[in-house]
Design a protein around this ligand. Structure first.
Ligand SMILES: [Zn+2]
Length: 161
């Protein structure tokens, strides 16, 4: 097993990072480095911060508006080693969807707790907040629950923090 990136000693703890990551900067485009799933826009994917090199797993929690352009994603930190293994396996040449789902499941299990929720409007970052007591899940976009209540909870979290 090759390890392309051994900087994980610095990232041994998911939470030891107070960088204001790229995907939290209002007015900037959301820029995924790998798309896991997509429906009229990103629904699940990886982002990598230019500043601190940390990967996060972004996953859609709610959407609304014309063409579902307003989207709330959860952001969970990944170890560089987990992201590297995942990306290597995804980029290797196979078309087995079952295998892909297993890789995605393994990546989700390896992710740390969700640290941020981010609201993206038409692929531009709008605002973000801490999830506090909320525990975002990893439902498929077809199985999303009540998006309107998610948006109102997001607003509450922002105004209380
Ligand atoms: Zn960062």
């Amino acid at each position: 097993m090759t390890s392309l990136n051994d900087s994980d000693t610095n990232a041994a703890h998911h939470a030891d990072n107070d960088c204001h990551h790229d995907w939290l900067v209002s007015g900037e485009p959301l820029n995924p480095c790998f798309t896991i799933d997509f429906w009229q826009g990103l629904t699940s994917g990886l982002v990598k911060c230019e500043a601190c090199q940390q990967y996060n797993l972004l996953h859609l929690q709610a959407w609304q508006g014309r063409n579902l352009r307003d989207r709330i994603y959860s952001c969970a930190p990944l170890l560089n080693s987990s992201a590297a293994v995942f990306l290597r396996n995804m980029n290797s040449d196979y078309c087995d969807l079952t295998r892909k789902q297993q890789e995605v499941d393994a990546l989700i299990v390896s992710a740390g707790p969700v640290q941020h929720l981010v609201l993206v409007k038409d692929t531009i970052v709008d605002s973000s907040c801490s999830p506090r007591h909320l525990k975002p899940g990893y439902l498929h976009w077809r199985e999303l629950g009540d998006s309107d209540s998610w948006f109102s909870r997001f607003k509450e979290l922002q105004s209380s923090g």
